[in-house]
Design a protein around this ligand. Structure first.
Ligand code: C2E
Ligand code: CA
Ligand code: CA
Ligand code: CA
Length: 279
């Protein structure tokens, strides 16, 4: 009936309004978050599968707000991207992680690598590369130790514009990783078009590695193709010894996941890894 229709419309409308309200609330909180020091960066180790030693860490952003509690980056990064706040937030992550890891490395015998997630939005900012180079120089960390992780689906929307920027990053010695590999509209041709040196197999595939023979074959194929392009292959979301053993049998290079470590505070990273060897 009309009344029922109207009722479900109102209900639906209310849900949408709730979502809009939630987003607006997030947005205004997000605007203040930098000023109020509500962000921090945690580090998840990336382990060489063959040796079992640490190769590097991925920097992951955390936000704790008094009213909202812990907010997941999955929820606030898209808002940061839409509002343009990602530029400032992204620079915070970069500066903080460079400071932390260059300091960590100065206390170690062999340096580890640092991977930082970049939103494709950030690549469009004027002088972005100048800022990166300046930041890396300031913290005296070799650009060859730094990898930028970029999600493929977003990249490909703007390929013509983004490709030369990525090339400039490579020319400056930085490494590039194709994040969430396999989840977007990935086409193998991008592997030869984009100036990348690493692919990251998404957690959703690693999750199914032991239960789906299709997924097992897919991962095996990704590793073989990556190998043929001389790319480093990282598997994310590794949670069990069995997954690790299988990835090792495919000769996947690096693993990251709860099996080794959750994302760690700098203090915890120091306590566990400061005196260990690298791979
Ligand atoms: P991502 O880049 O794919 O990062 C991996 C996510 O998987 C992280 O979630 C990590 O904590 C989680 N993870 C790692 N190992 C395991 C595991 O073994 N099992 C499970 N279940 N999860 C695991 P997190 O930290 O919540 O980040 C979510 C996403 O937010 C990231 O996905 C990335 O796309 C984005 N993000 C995080 N920090 C930043 C940042 O500084 N800048 C940008 N642009 N995006 C960021
Ligand atoms: Ca990532
Ligand atoms: Ca992922
Ligand atoms: Ca991602």
């Amino acid at each position: 009936s009309k009344a029922q229709q109207k009722g479900s419309f109102l209900f639906f409308n209310k849900l949408i309004n709730q979502q809009v309200h939630k987003d607006l609330q997030l947005e205004s909180a997000l605007r203040l978050a930098l000023k109020n020091n509500e962000f921090s960066v945690v580090y998840q180790p990336q382990i060489c599968i063959q040796s079992g030693h640490i190769n590097g860490v991925e920097a992951l952003l955390r936000w704790h707000n008094e009213q909202l509690g812990h907010v997941s980056p999955v929820d606030f990064i898209p808002i940061a991207e839409d509002t343009g706040l990602i530029h400032e937030i992204g620079m915070f992550v970069l500066e903080q992680s460079l400071a932390d890891i260059s300091d960590f490395n100065h206390h170690r015998e062999h340096p580890i690598t640092l991977s930082v997630n970049l939103s494709p939005r950030q690549l469009n900012a004027p002088k972005f590369i100048d800022k990166l180079v300046a930041a890396a120089g300031k913290h005296t960390i070799d650009s060859q130790l730094i990898t930028f992780e970029i999600t493929e689906s977003l990249l490909i929307e703007d390929l013509a514009h983004v490709s030369p920027i990525l090339q400039t990053l490579r020319d400056n010695g930085f490494n590039l990783s194709l994040d969430d590999f396999g989840t977007g509209y990935s086409s193998l041709s991008y592997l030869s078009i984009l100036p990348i040196n690493e692919i990251k197999i998404d957690r959703s595939f690693v999750d199914k590695l032991l239960t789906s023979s299709e997924t097992e074959n897919l991962i095996r194929a990704i590793v073989a193709i990556g190998e043929s392009y001389q790319l480093t292959i990282v598997a994310e979301g590794v949670e069990t010894a069995e997954q690790l053993a299988k990835l090792n049998s495919f000769q996947c290079h690096i693993a990251q996941g709860y099996y080794f470590d959750r994302p760690l505070s700098l203090t915890d990273l120091n306590n566990k890894y400061l005196t260990t060897v690298c791979c």
